[in-house]
Design a protein around this ligand. Structure first.
Ligand SMILES: NC(=O)c1ccc[n+]([C@@H]2O[C@H](COP(=O)([O-])OP(=O)(O)OC[C@H]3O[C@@H](n4cnc5c(N)ncnc54)[C@H](OP(=O)(O)O)[C@@H]3O)[C@@H](O)[C@H]2O)c1
Length: 267
């Protein structure tokens, strides 16, 4: 199976490093095409057996599974370039939640796989939606491949937007929470770096408790005794967080509709 990638930016780098680190496929089974060859220098240094090119058509012709990893607004140009070269035996995969399968007008089976930057460490959730023409063998092959870089979840296309907010934007939101928590301890006896290490470890440990089956409310119940100091802090969070997170979800979904939904930003 030859995996092709068009567009070697942040997301392609994270996914490819995760896939190759996991051993899901050998580097010699990968071809990457991107506009700026110099951006692929670290890739070539780390994985010299990966074939690199700036010829999108070559990558399209050679790939059994072709991931389009350019930004939403760049997808149409790439599709116009490669459409005639796509083999009907292939499988096209879009990673932009805002680009609809019908819009790419491909004569090959098309799926969407919305990854997370956390794929680089083999964790997180990839949301998958398969177009009608994707047969079982292709579905299983793609889901199998992506399950090597975290959990996969197959959802309807219209559930991708809210899902993307949690799983693809999520790392930035969670990192921001940790950042501000650490900042609030800065100058209260701790340096920022000390506090960042403490909050990060606590976040990882809390996630482990949840992975072991505990629900958020049971963890809160175990920590916050009635009238204690945690309870006071939770009162503030319960007052502020619901409306803030509703607003975050609303604004992300609104921008999704307006712009075609890039998780990153321009530039
Ligand atoms: N970042 C995330 O966490 C994340 C998560 C889920 C989904 N996504 C989605 O993934 C997509 C890409 O995001 P990103 O953060 O990886 O963007 P990015 O860093 O800007 O990467 C896009 C890459 O595509 C290349 N490219 C653009 N036009 C091309 C063309 N015609 N032919 C070949 N290569 C071309 C760009 O080349 P240059 O180097 O020349 O600019 C760049 O290397 C977005 O739609 C985003 O919504 C991102």
């Amino acid at each position: 199976m030859k995996l092709g990638i068009i567009g070697y930016g942040n997301m392609a780098r994270a996914m490819l490093n995760g896939l190759l680190e996991s051993g899901a496929l050998p580097p010699s089974d990968v071809i990457v095409s991107s506009r700026t060859m110099s951006r692929m220098a670290p890739l070539i240094e780390r994985w010299p057996e990966v074939e690199t090119t700036s010829d999108n058509v070559l990558a399209a012709r050679r790939s059994d599974v072709l991931l389009i990893c350019v930004r939403s607004e760049q997808v149409a140009a790439v599709m116009n370039e490669i459409r005639p070269s796509l083999s009907s035996a292939g499988h096209l995969v879009l990673i932009n939640s805002g680009v609809r399968i019908a819009d790419v007008r491909a004569d090959v089976p098309v799926s969407k796989a919305i990854p997370s930057i956390t794929a680089e460490v083999g964790r997180g959730v990839t949301l998958i939606h398969h177009g009608d023409s994707v047969d079982t063998a292709r579905r299983e092959r793609l889901e199998g491949l992506l399950s090597s870089v975290g959990r996969t979840m197959v959802v309807d296309e219209d559930r991708l937007d809210a899902g993307t907010c949690m799983t693809s934007c999520g790392p930035a939101f969670i990192a921001t929470f940790i950042d501000h928590f650490a900042r609030s301890a800065e100058g209260r006896g701790y340096t920022y770096d000390e506090a960042l290490g403490m909050v990060t470890e606590t976040a990882l440990a809390t996630a482990s408790l949840m992975e072991a089956g505990q629900r958020p409310r049971s963890i809160c119940g175990a920590v916050a005794t009635e009238g204690g100091i945690t309870e006071k802090g939770l009162d503030v969070m319960r007052r502020e967080l619901p409306s803030m997170l509703d607003e975050v979800m609303d604004v992300v979904l609104r921008e999704h509709c307006r712009t075609g939904g890039d998780v990153g930003g321009k530039g």
